[in-house]
Design a binder for this molecule. Sequence first.
Ligand code: 5AD
Length: 435
Amino acid sequence: MCYAIPGKVIGFEGKLVKVEYFGEVKQAVNEFDDLELGDYIYAQGGYTIKKIPEAEALSILATWKETFFELQELDLRLSRLDLEKAGIDKKFALILDKAAEDLALKETDLLYLLNLEGEKELKLLYKVANFLRQKHLGNSCCVHGIIEFSNHCSQNCAYCGISTHNRDLRRYRMTKQQIADAAYDAIETWGFKALVLQSGEDPAYSVADLAEIIQEIKQRSAVLIFISCGEVGLNGLEKLYQAGARGLLMRFETGNPKLYEKLHPDRSLASRLAHLKKAFELGYLLITGGLIGLPGQTREDILKDILLTKELRTEMYTFGPFLPHPNTPLALTPPPSVKEVLKTLAVARLADAKDGKIVVTTGFETLHPQAREEGLVAGANSVMLNVTPAEFSKNYLIYPKRAHSGERLKEQIDTTLKILRDLGRAPTDLGVTHA
Ligand code: 5AD
């Protein structure tokens, strides 16, 4: 969101531009032909997205400056590492020490952490995860907006409430104009700098239609667009990149091929992974991950999913709980515990401490009202807000009783900002990598 901070261009290096934010220098891919030293810009996800007039930039920076340092200080205080290790297992203490010192953890170490059950041990794990998040990525918290533009879907995923299994759902499609208007409002009224366009796999929108929507949004406003419309084909990915999409949100759901095929009878894990790999090659930023608590899934599976996410060179990890939907074949499968989800976020942080953004998903918020507060101090550093007009989003029921369903955007933003402020997090993704 909201509130990306303007940075000043202080140098160029090939396709990269060096940008200064309150004394810190970061870098982004330059998407402009006419950028000059001294210009002010917004960047998102490592791309420059907008130039801003100096006077406007300076006024935004002036209002930010004090808050920026105040938040940083609060976060630093809250994430300090004072581990109370009396009475804990030696092996566990050793793993935590290694993690805190940025030594690589072995797979057996990570599995050990995923198998922890004790409250005291888990608290220590979350603390180390939070410490590493602060140390490597500071207090910036990515806030993307998501527009769910169609809940029609041709697929029969066994867990999903908008799949063909659900015959009771009121289906909707937003028109191109409605999608472009929702995007315009999110960007221009509410300040979002990155938007996800999501839908079921809906054949009513061809790749050409999607390309047109992306172009229309980008023509009107500066924004980083992620697509999330399922498997659009490798050519489709290429066309949508050309149209201006720069990110792909697509979970592989589970990296266990047998489980994958059981849950997605007409699909293969190989095809899913081929999309993700192709997208990365094309230059897309990836948001990927899996479901936690699928029937038959083991902790080894979850660990492999974390490592697979890392291997895919994801920009952001998205791991959320499976939540049973009554009109699907998995109606009677119970969801995982809150602990299982928090552990996954924390272990993902320990496995990819330096780079990974980790999102607290809406699924987790649906499972647990305090998901954001707890997730953000257990290694996570991103959230997504639903910017779909409420009349539509109330029917995007991938699982029942979705958190924030029908909530006004203003309300969502206000509660999110309060949570972030109380934790010393800046609702901004500087949108750049360390120089
Ligand atoms: N519980 C949790 N997440 C679900 N999704 C679909 N159905 C469910 C469910 N029952 C998730 C999938 C998909 C994303 C858009 O929604 O992981 O990738």
